[in-house]
Design a protein around this ligand. Structure first.
Ligand SMILES: Nc1nc2c(ncn2[C@@H]2O[C@H](COP(=O)(O)OP(=O)(O)OP(=O)(O)O)[C@@H](O)[C@H]2O)c(=O)[nH]1
Ligand SMILES: [Mg+2]
Length: 645
């Protein structure tokens, strides 16, 4: 059975315009619960009330209008489905009417009802003018009102109409809902219930939660258990979607929870002190235009000092649609797409606001400057494009799917997995795999690494002209340190498989590599080969080579390695090489004799090859290793890889 519609309604508007009295008149609950509020006749902190209207549950968050308490207003306006913008008909639009309208718009509140209060004090023509002014303001703020209701708390006028409007919004099947499956609740109030302990309340941002579920309490990141929960004093076993919720947390001291803390599904959020953002609007706090500003960030129910750095020099006193990076004074949590407000450092003026693009960003530096294209992809791109950018930016970090989803603003880890697969299919990502793990990497990193490896490989071979290439076993060591060690062999193989480099025997060389030798080396090389060829099956070792001098010893050894890599020499044992022609001859002679049906002893082979005992033993062992022969007692028979005639 579908749940009854629930709507979280926030008030907004200038001080003394009748917000609290309206909530009282609608619900019968006075939202001004603090003694100080009662004494001063004004709202200081958030107030709460609720009303059941037919099948709809209407929750009210009443905010203060006083300019000194805007931080409370912002905390309350976070997470409301619809705002009642209250304007006293006898006073019309005032400074906090404007400021609240701007805050609502910057926080992404999409639905607003204009309420003219105190209609018992003015006539209709007067009210027409007030309505026109207020409508103009809201429309200019991008929040055209869904309805305008004229009310009086004295006479009760308009109250039924407000209820009717709210019920129709609550029942609207097209009401936007956050697509995220994770549970998230920014806490706006904490209190203790005797015998039950700490209760934290707030407007659920999105997701579902069950009794006894474990959540993370941020920014500390502590795991807590939901002992039980209530919506307006009604016990609930589960809750999902936008609503006011009070969560009774097991074994959490009250001093560990305060407004600004958040509760969320484990592994969804993580603390950050640096965020890449987009500012829908920003007014300079002082007379001078600056690229770096100190200000106060209001995000969800928390507010912290922050330093904002704009991507480019501000062109005017008011910027619109600009990118920036926020460095905050204390750790906070944030998610992609989240709305925020910025106010001046002394908290007297709202300067603007925007949305989070990268919740956990790296500091912009001269060495690692921000990518405007990347920021734009996060702002305007499709979910798949955002995921692509998050993976590109994470380089070799290999974020888990849950993290990718949180940072790209995807519904859940399944969506991240599905979109990752489509990026892989399109070749936008490469996937490195070990037996048990996978690391998706943006193809651009692999491509640019390939170009870099090619350059380094060429430079290495140029500096070492007699080295025939990088031994395959050493090739993973050429992979970047940024790539996790366990994935380096897979990455190294990937370049070979993609033919970004070539495998020449067991050596890695760049494409089109010609190991041309300098003339002096070439002469020595040929001499060495000739001597080894002439040595037949009793070839000289390096010390015995006539072409060797004390000065060319190292060079000669390198040339021998090169000849082995080129397949012109066959390494038999330490310090013993046969010319490739001689090796083939040995294989041929031994093979044809064995094929004629004779078994051979080592002494027979020595005679067959005209060799001596010192050489023939390693040669026969090498023939065994190559599978040309097979040892049976004192004899050699045909091996499994003996060439067929
Ligand atoms: N005559 C008349 N007075 C009203 C009406 N609504 C509110 N008032 C009075 O206006 C004063 C301010 O009302 P509140 O509801 O406290 O105003 P508020 O907007 O909540 O003020 P803050 O919370 O401080 O921003 C109170 O004295 C109310 O009794 C109305 O419809 N008619
Ligand atoms: Mg009030």
């Amino acid at each position: 059975m579908p749940e009854d519609p629930i709507l979280v309604v926030g008030t907004a508007g200038h001080i003394d315009h009748g917000k609290s009295r309206l909530v009282f008149a609608l619900t019968g609950t006075d939202p001004d619960r603090l003694p100080e509020e009662q004494a001063r006749g004004m709202t200081i902190d958030l107030g709460f009330a609720h009303l059941r209207c037919d099948d709809c549950e209407l929750s009210f968050v009443d905010v203060p209008g006083h300019e000194r308490f805007i931080r409370n207003m912002v905390a309350g306006a976070t997470g409301v489905d619809v705002a009642l913008l209250v304007v006293a008909a006898d006073d019309s639009v005032m400074p906090q009417t404007r400021e609240h309208a701007e805050v609502l718009s910057l926080l992404g509140v999409e639905r607003c009802v204009l309420v003219l209060t105190k209609m018992d004090l003015v006539d209709e023509e007067w009210a027409d003018q007030v309505e026109e002014e207020a409508r103009g303001l809201l429309t200019a703020a991008g929040l055209p009102p869904l309805a305008c209701v004229r009310t009086s708390a004295e006479t009760g006028r308009g109250l039924d109409e407000i209820r009717r409007v709210l019920v129709s919004i609550a029942r609207d099947p097209k009401r936007p809902r956050a697509p995220y499956r994770w549970f998230r609740l920014p806490i706006d109030r904490v209190f203790v219930v005797a015998g039950r302990g700490t209760v934290a309340t707030g407007s659920v941002a999105h997701g579902a939660v069950r009794r006894d579920e474990e959540l993370e309490l941020w920014p500390a990141g502590k795991r807590v258990r939901v002992r039980d929960m209530q919506m307006h004093h009604d016990e609930r076993a589960t809750a999902s979607g936008r609503m006011r919720l009070g969560l009774n947390l097991a074994a959490v001291p009250t001093d560990e929870v305060r407004r600004g803390c958040e509760l969320a599904t484990p592994d969804y959020l993580r603390p950050t002190r640096c965020l890449d953002v987009w500012l829908a609007a920003l007014r300079m706090p002082g007379k001078v235009r600056r690229q770096t500003l100190r200000l106060r960030l209001h995000i969800a129910t928390s507010d912290v000092l922050a330093e904002l750095r704009l991507l480019s020099e501000p062109a005017a006193e008011t910027c619109r649609g600009v990118f920036g990076q926020l460095k905050v004074a204390e750790p906070i949590v944030a998610a992609w797409g989240q709305h925020f407000i910025v106010r001046d450092e002394s908290a007297t003026r709202t300067l603007g606001g925007g949305r989070v693009l990268r919740p956990a960003a790296r500091r912009w530096t001269a060495r690692r400057p921000p990518s405007e294209a990347g920021l734009r992809a996060l702002l305007e791109g499709s979910p798949r494009e955002r995921l692509e950018e998050v993976i590109r930016d994470s380089a070799w970090q290999g974020l888990a799917e849950a993290r990718l989803a949180a940072e790209a603003g995807l519904a859940d880890a399944d969506e991240a997995a599905r979109l990752s697969r489509s990026l892989l299919d399109k070749g936008i990502l490469c996937q490195l795999e070990t037996a048990s793990q996978r690391l998706p990497v943006h193809a651009s990193h692999v491509t640019s690494l390939g170009a870099d490896l090619d350059r380094r490989l060429r430079a290495f071979l140029e500096a070492n002209p007699r080295v025939p290439g990088v031994p395959r076993s050493e090739w993973p060591g050429w992979m970047p340190r940024a790539c996790p060690e366990r994935f380096r062999p897979a990455l190294a193989d990937w370049f070979i498989a993609q033919q970004a480099v070539l495998l020449n025997g067991e050596r890695v060389v760049p494409l089109g590599h010609q190991d041309a030798l300098a003339p002096a080396d070439q002469a020595l090389y040929e001499q060495m080969l000739q001597e080894l060829d002439a040595g037949a099956f009793q070839p000289p070792d390096t010390a015995a080579l006539r072409c060797r001098t004390p000065r060319n010893d190292k060079r000669l050894r390198e040339l021998i390695d090169l000849a082995v890599a080129r397949g012109q020499l066959i390494r038999i044992a330490d310090g013993l090489w046969l010319h490739a022609r001689r090796w083939e001859e040995a294989v041929e002679r031994v093979n044809s004799t064995l094929r004629s049906g004779t078994r051979l002893t080592v002494a027979d082979i020595r005679t067959l090859l005209g060799s001596s005992r010192k050489f023939v033993v390693p040669i026969v062992e090498r023939l065994d290793a190559a599978g040309v022969t097979r040892r049976v007692g004192d004899y050699r028979e045909l091996g499994p890889k003996a060439p067929r005639p």
